[in-house]
Design a protein around this ligand. Structure first.
Ligand SMILES: [Ca+2]
Ligand SMILES: [Ca+2]
Length: 199
């Protein structure tokens, strides 16, 4: 490999590591980071995208509503990158008939579709504030299946989000020593590039 290519790769790897390090703080992973999909149909105008549009208000019927006579089933939440997740927030339906989710599980997949495990059964009620469900942190999640086991009349969900951090590049969390090595590599690569530029 030409040395300039090697230097570029080192610089790219170090930059990726630093970008991850600066972004890796627990933050909501919701609107803008999740695409929701389902085969459960849609009641009226209440499309699946409304459960991840960032709007948690109920004004007056905001959110997703499943098709008639589909009170249970799977909703898939695909993330825009790999995240290490540790909780899930559900803004359940509250309006008129308190339709909405009553129990569900979450199962996690990596970017290749490999299983990363599932939660136990969570219970839900219809209330305005989000219900937050903590679980043992799951690393490198790209897709989450929300399997609704029971609901009141039909599935109606105002909004969902996760809490977590961007996963480390390469799928493992670097130690501080690795960050220092990366910094050294970045410096060395920059120096070497300057030397070769003078030649
Ligand atoms: Ca919404
Ligand atoms: Ca409703």
């Amino acid at each position: 490999m030409p040395s300039s290519t090697r230097h570029l790769r080192l610089v790219a790897a170090a930059c990726a590591l630093f970008a991850w390090a600066s972004a890796a703080q627990a933050a909501p992973v919701g609107h803008g980071h999740i695409t929701a999909s389902t085969a459960l149909g849609q009641f009226s105008v209440f499309s699946i995208g409304q459960m991840v549009d960032g709007i948690t208000a109920d004004s007056p019927f905001n959110g997703y509503a499943s098709g008639p006579a589909t009170p249970v089933g799977r909703i898939t939440l695909t993330l825009d990158a790999d995240y290490d997740l540790d909780s899930f927030s559900l803004w359940n339906d509250i309006n008129i008939s308190n339709e909405g989710v009553r129990s569900f599980t979450l199962s996690f997949e990596d970017a290749s579709g490999g299983s990363l495990g599932s939660t136990g059964v969570f219970s839900a009620v219809s209330q305005f504030a989000a219900q937050v469900y903590g679980f043992a942190s799951v690393a490198n999640v790209r897709r989450v299946h929300m399997d609704v086991l029971t609901s009141n009349l039909q599935i109606e969900i105002r909004e969902v989000a996760f809490n977590g951090t961007l996963s480390a590049p390469g799928g493992s969390v670097p130690e501080p020593a690795s960050l220092l090595l990366a910094a050294a590599a970045l410096g060395a690569a920059a120096g070497a590039t300057r030397v070769s530029a003078r030649r």
